[in-house]
Write a protein that binds this ligand. Structure first.
Ligand SMILES: Cc1cc2nc3c(=O)[nH]c(=O)nc-3n(C[C@H](O)[C@H](O)[C@H](O)COP(=O)(O)O)c2cc1C
Length: 189
């Protein structure tokens, strides 16, 4: 294979969402992709709360940060949670719950991309309020909300976000993050 997977190339953190409902079978495939991720000792520490019901969506919308106003339009929000105790913890301090949950989230974001959806993870929300609204136990962290919906028009976006919809990908130069044979501290600025 000479190319990257198309879903990796195509995926962007877009914000111009349509409010059209995502069919159940599509949601099921997206979730299945998440649950097929690798995990330490196959512990599968991820928990996904699918929010589609109008009342629950409203409750979550209240807890989005101001900059995430665009996510209020989403017909589907996936709350991703984990508890450190659900996964490997090594004596040297390595804890894998968040790592494995991130792997699962990446899987489902790529499947959603394949389904023609925008799937945009966000950190800008009140995690404690969301946890409580969704009845997630206190020992869990709601690490991200994945904002999901079909692409829509940009009318509800502010100017900055409208420009970002078509912006080129911004990435650090590869030589500052990829090394061969030995790690090198390089200026990442
Ligand atoms: C953990 C995480 C948190 C993020 N939080 C937000 C957020 O609160 N609001 C937002 O608009 N974008 C958020 N993003 C999207 C990133 O800004 C975006 O992925 C990054 O700028 C790279 O752009 P790209 O995904 O289009 O390649 C988040 C992404 C990740 C993975």
């Amino acid at each position: 294979m000479k190319e990257l997977l198309p879903e990796i190339e195509v995926r962007r953190a877009r914000r111009a969402l349509d409010d059209r409902t995502v069919p159940n079978e599509v949601v099921q495939r997206v979730l299945r992709a998440g649950t097929l991720a690798a995990s330490c000792f196959n512990n599968q520490p991820w928990r996904f709360v699918v929010v589609q019901d109008a009342q629950t969506l409203d409750a979550i919308r209240e807890h989005l940060s101001r900059g995430n106003y665009w996510a209020r339009r989403a017909p589907l929000i996936l709350a991703v949670a984990t508890d450190e105790q659900l996964d490997c913890r090594n004596d040297d301090g390595r804890a894998y719950a968040l790592f494995d949950t991130g792997m699962a989230t990446a899987n489902l974001v790529l499947q959603a991309t394949r389904e023609g959806l925008i799937a945009h993870p966000i950190a800008g929300f009140d995690a404690i309020a969301v946890r409580e609204a969704l009845h997630v136990p206190e020992t869990y962290t709601v690490i991200t909300l994945v904002i999901i919906g079909y692409p829509g028009d940009q009318g509800h976006l502010n100017e900055k976000h409208r420009a970002l919809e078509t912006s080129p990908r911004a990435r650090k130069p590869e030589h500052t993050v990829v090394f061969f044979d030995r790690f090198e501290e390089r200026d990442n600025a």
